[in-house]
Write a protein that binds this ligand. Structure first.
Ligand SMILES: [Zn+2]
Length: 73
């Protein structure tokens, strides 16, 4: 059986020339000025739309505690 509609490598690559991903759009945090992704929480200060949503200090202390416990073993 002959595949009459088979795309050549050139045809396939021409189609895929539009498939490249572009870089994530970043904006500056209104609270600390650090760059963060649009519609995402700022991972530097834990704020979204000007208000604090995530307590990053509590998260950091919990992580330090976990690491210290792992080192003890
Ligand atoms: Zn921030």
């Amino acid at each position: 059986m002959v595949n009459r509609m088979r795309a050549t490598r050139s045809h396939r690559n021409n189609r895929r020339s539009h498939h490249a991903l572009d870089a994530a759009r970043m904006s500056a945090c209104s609270k600390c000025g650090a760059p963060h992704q649009n519609h995402h929480i700022c991972m530097t200060c834990g704020s979204y739309n000007g208000r604090t949503v995530l307590d990053l200090t509590a998260k950091a202390t919990a992580k330090a505690k976990k690491i210290a416990a792992a080192k003890k073993k």
